[in-house]
Design a binder for this molecule. Structure first.
Ligand code: PEP
Ligand code: MN
Length: 350
C-alpha cells in the first residue's frame, strides 16, 4: 500500500500515521520523491482491517491511498507526481531530457578511446561508453583490459567532461567501478544477479540496467526494484533486444517495451539498437524507431574503424554513420516528432 501525503506534512503527523498503520499490521517507510511524499507500506501480519484506508483518509494530510499491494513500491508509476530524471553531469535522462551515450564495445587503447570521446562531444552526446570488464559467452573471448581500461575512461572524462558509462560484472569490483564510472552499467546477462543488484544499489552512482535478453518487462522492473530497495533510485532502464525465433538479427529490439515500461515505472527508459541489431547497417533504423517511440535516451556502439574493432565491430557504426544518426535524433526531438506516451503517469496500476 502507498499513502500519498500532502506537501508540508508535519513530522508529528507522519509519526501518528505510522502508529495507525502499525496498529493495522503494516510496516512502513517514509519516502520523498521529487515534490511528493509517501508512506510505502507492507502488510506483515495477514489481511489488514477493512477500514484501514478510511482511517488514513480521515487525515487532512493524506491525499490518496493505493490500497492494494503494488508490484513496484519504489519504482512504480504510482510513486511519482511526474517522471523521474536521472542525471550524471551533462548526461540526463527523463522528464524531457534525452541522453545519448556512444562509444566502443570495449575500451581498446587510449588514443582510440580519446578519438571517440572527442567525436562524441561534437555530436551532442553526454556519455561515453566502453567496457573494461566484458561478460563473454565464451571463456576464451577477450574480456576487457580491466583496471587499465578504467583508467583510460577516467582520462577521457578529464579531457572531455563526458559522463563515463561502464559495465560492472563482479560484485567484488563495485568500489573500483564506482570510482571510474559516472553511470554503472549492469548488463543483460547480469540483470538477475540479485547480490550484484543489491551491491550496486549501495554504490552511490546512477545505474543503467539493461533488460535480460530472455526477461519479461515485469522481471526487468523487479530487478530495478532490487536496486531501489538497496537505496538507489537513480536507475535508467535500457531495452537492448530480446531473443526471438529469428536469427536474421542478433536480437529483436522490443520497441513496444519502451512505452510499456514507461507506463509502469517513473524511471527513464532508453534503448540500445547496437546489441539489438548486431548489424551496423540496421542501427540507424532502430535508433530512429526507438527515439520516435518516446525513449528517454539511446546507447550506440561507435568505432572509428569498425572493421578493426576488437569486439562487436559488425554492429559498431563509424563516425559518419553516427553523425547522421545523431543529427536525425536531435531533429526529431526538436521538432516534436516523438511519441509522448509515457511522459505523464498513466492510471495507477496497483
Ligand atoms: C554491452 O553493452 O557492452 C553489452 C555487453 O550489452 P548487453 O549486456 O546488452 O549484451
Ligand atoms: Mn558490445
Amino acid at each position: 500500500m502507498i499513502v500519498v501525503l500532502r506537501a508540508g506534512i508535519p513530522a508529528s503527523e507522519v509519526e501518528r500515521l505510522r502508529e495507525v498503520l502499525r496498529g493495522d499490521g503494516y510496516e512502513c517507510e517514509f519516502e520523498s520523491v521529487l515534490q511528493e511524499q509517501f508512506l510505502v507500506c507492507r502488510s506483515v501480519s495477514g489481511a489488514p482491517p477493512a477500514d484501514a484506508v478510511s482511517r488514513l483518509m480521515a487525515s487532512e494530510w493524506v491525499t490518496k491511498v493505493f490500497a492494494q499491494e503494488t508490484r513496484y513500491p519504489r519504482i512504480g508509476i504510482e510513486r511519482g507526481g511526474s517522471r523521474s530524471r536521472v542525471a550524471a553531469g551533462n548526461l540526463q535522462f527523463g522528464r524531457g531530457e534525452f541522453g545519448m551515450i556512444v562509444g566502443p564495445c570495449t575500451v581498446e587503447d587510449e588514443p582510440t578511446l580519446l578519438e571517440i570521446a572527442r567525436f562524441a562531444k561534437t555530436i551532442g552526446a553526454g556519455g561515453l561508453r566502453g567496457g573494461a570488464y566484458k561478460p563473454t559467452t565464451s571463456p576464451y573471448s577477450f574480456q576487457g583490459h580491466g583496471q587499465a581500461a578504467l583508467k583510460m575512461l577516467e582520462r577521457a572524462r578529464e579531457e572531455t567532461g563526458l559522463a563515463i558509462v561502464t559495465e560492472l560484472i563482479d560484485v567484488r569490483l563495485v568500489e573500483q567501478a564506482a570510482r571510474a564510472a559516472d553511470v554503472i552499467q549492469i548488463g543483460a546477462r547480469s540483470m538477475q544477479n540479485f547480490p550484484l543488484l543489491r551491491e550496486v544499489g549501495q554504490a552511490g552512482k546512477p545505474v543503467l540496467l539493461k533488460r535480460g535478453m530472455g526477461c519479461k518487462i515485469h522481471e526487468w522492473l523487479c530487478a530495478a526494484e532490487y536496486i531501489a530497495d538497496a537505496g538507489n533510485e537513480r536507475i535508467v532502464l535500457c531495452e537492448r533486444g530480446i531473443r526471438s525465433f529469428d536469427d536474421a538479427t542478433r536480437a529483436c529490439l522490443d520497441v513496444s517495451a519502451i512505452p510499456a515500461a514507461q507506463s509502469l515505472t517513473h524511471l527513464p527508459v532508453i534503448f540500445d539498437p547496437s546489441h539489438a541489431s548486431g548489424n551496423r547497417n540496421l542501427v540507424e533504423a532502430l535508433a530512429l524507431a526507438g527515439t520516435a517511440a518516446g525513449a528517454d535516451g539511446v546507447m550506440i556502439e561507435v568505432h572509428p574503424h569498425p572493421e578493426r574493432a576488437i569486439k562487436d565491430g559488425a554492429q559498431s557504426v563509424n563516425f559518419e554513420q553516427m553523425s547522421r544518426i545523431a543529427q536525425k535524433i536531435w531533429a526529431m526531438r526538436e521538432n516534436g516528432l516523438v511519441a509522448e506516451v509515457g511522459l505523464e503517469p498513466t492510471t495507477p496500476r496497483v
